[in-house]
Ligand binder design. Structure first.
Ligand SMILES: NC(=O)C1=CN([C@@H]2O[C@H](COP(=O)(O)OP(=O)(O)OC[C@H]3O[C@@H](n4cnc5c(N)ncnc54)[C@H](O)[C@@H]3O)[C@@H](O)[C@H]2O)C=CC1
Ligand SMILES: O=C(O)[C@@H]1CCC=N1
Length: 290
């Protein structure tokens, strides 16, 4: 699939795991030249050296360089942990203006709280991506503040579409997006860890257990996508009456696995809301009311 090339510069405020998933994906897809990208973090210079050496991006904590990179960026992506968001946004708000697109990936942080911290209702794109963006297979939920024009919405969509699939949702749905796809890769890894461990317990080599598990997860996801059949229907085709799969699924049902997965997704969403409320309270100590 061809993608729109982004011509503007992007400043990443926070250069951790999720930021890397995004900039690695953008560079890998050729959407931006590495020199269009700038990253800053809180204290880890080694990490910034890694970012420069690995991706050829600009990355620096030098205050002058940071300030001019953020001020001149067309898009500023906020990638701090929630606990660092209030201080981090207050710290850079004097560098931001209405012609920039401010993108947040921070779990729970509402557009209202961002506006409060900025002291002005600037154009804000609130997103919930996931780490699979690294290989262009991310899943991102996205919503926009009122000030984001149709043209800037298109810019934000092409940025995240370059690194995966995007669902535009109402802002209050971003918490459940967090529960499903933001945290989601970790649930699948957890499931895979357990499958590999069971394979090894049953006598397979680690390598064989890993390779069989990986291909099974990849194949199953691709089957749902390619055939467009409901997961229940695909599951039915694997499940012979009184056979092995039925025995396994019955055990999962009696252990309440589906219910636990559902509760886990909802718990993640609830945790995102808790984080958001904490941030809204914290923001009262920072920023001006808008
Ligand atoms: N890791 C994931 O799978 C996902 C994470 N998120 C969100 O992404 C955000 C970042 O998460 P991770 O990348 O996992 O965290 P991380 O801990 O790997 O990275 C956070 C980065 O923010 C930097 N930072 C902190 N305060 C700063 C400040 N004042 N100025 C500049 N940089 C500052 C840190 O130095 C670090 O580089 C979180 O808010 C999280 O909710 C969203 C979706 C998925
Ligand atoms: O665990 C977290 O809080 C972040 C948000 C979604 C994925 N990781």
């Amino acid at each position: 699939m061809s993608h729109t090339l982004l011509t503007e510069t992007i400043a990443f405020v926070g250069a951790g795991a999720l930021a890397e998933s995004i900039f690695a994906g953008l560079i890998e897809k050729g959407i931006t030249a590495p020199q269009q990208l700038f990253a800053v973090n809180q204290s880890n210079d080694e990490r910034l050296a890694y970012v420069r050496d690995t991706y050829g991006m600009r990355a620096s904590r030098d205050p002058e360089e940071r300030d001019s990179a953020i001020r001149e960026a067309g898009i500023v992506i906020l990638n701090m942990k929630p606990k660092d968001a209030a201080a981090g946004i207050s710290d850079i708000r004097h560098l931001l203006g209405p012609n920039q697109l401010i993108v947040s990936v921070i779990a729970g942080l509402s557009i209202g709280t961002i506006h409060h911290l900025l002291g002005a209702p600037l154009p804000v794109v609130r997103t919930m991506p996931n780490t699979s963006s690294t290989i262009g297979l991310g899943a991102t939920g996205i919503s926009f503040s009122e000030a984001v024009t149709a043209e800037r919405r298109a810019t934000a969509l092409s940025l995240f579409r370059a690194i995966g699939e995007v669902s535009v949702v109402e802002e209050e749905r971003l918490e459940i997006v967090t529960g499903v796809s933001g945290s989601g890769p970790a649930y699948i890894y957890y499931f895979m860890e357990a499958m590999i461990a069971a394979g090894v317990e049953g006598g397979l080599s680690e390598e064989a257990a890993r390779s069989l598990t990986v291909q099974t997860v990849l194949g199953a996801a691709q089957m749902v996508k390619t055939t467009n059949e409901a997961p229940q229907e695909l599951r039915r085709k694997v499940t012979s009456p009184n056979g092995t799969t039925e025995a396994a699924i019955k055990l999962m049902e009696s252990e309440g696995v589906a219910d636990a997965i559902s509760r886990a997704v909802l718990r993640s969403a609830e945790r995102a809301r808790e984080i958001g409320l904490g941030l809204a309270e914290q923001s009262l100590a920072h920023g001006k009311r808008v």
